[in-house]
Design a protein around this ligand. Sequence first.
Ligand code: ADP
Ligand code: MG
Length: 139
Amino acid sequence: MIEKTLSIIKPDVTRRNLTGKVNAMIESDGFRVVAQKRIKLTLKQAEKFYEVHANKPFYKDLCEFLSSESVVVQILEKENAIADYRRLMGATNPSNADKGTIRSEFAISIDQNSVHGSDSPEAAANEIAFFFSGIEIVG
Ligand code: ADP
Ligand code: MG
C-alpha cells in the first residue's frame, strides 16, 4: 500500500549543512518528497509535537534541541513508507544503528540523532496534519 509518513530533518543536520545529503539518501531509497518546508519551531510547538514523551526524563532536552535551530519537515511517500523510513533512519541510539542508515551516517548522539519518522499510521496522520495543510501536499 502506498503510504505517507512525516519526517523531520533535525537541527544537528541543518546546523552542519547536511540537509541535501540526508535528502539524497531518502530519494535514492525510493521515497518521493511530496511536501517539504524549512521552519524554526518555538519551544511550545516542539513540546506539543513531542507531547507523547512528556513524562520521560529526556523530554525537556528533546524539546529544547528540536527548537534550537531550523528543521526541515517533510512528507515522504512510498509503498510501506512508515516502516521503510523507520528502517532507513536506523535505531534511536546511533551506536546501535545499522550501517547504511541515516543515523549511522550522520547522527551525533541519541539526543542529536538527525531525523524523526512517524512510527504508526495513526501517528503519521496526526503528525502530517500538525505541520501541513492539504493544499501544501502535492505528489
Ligand atoms: P525515535 O525518534 O527513534 O522514534 P523515540 O520516539 O523513542 O525515538 O524518542 C524521541 C526522541 O527522543 C529520539 O529520537 C531521541 O532523540 C530522544 N530520546 C529517546 N530516548 C532517549 C534517551 N534514553 N535519552 C535521550 N534522548 C532520548
Ligand atoms: Mg518516535
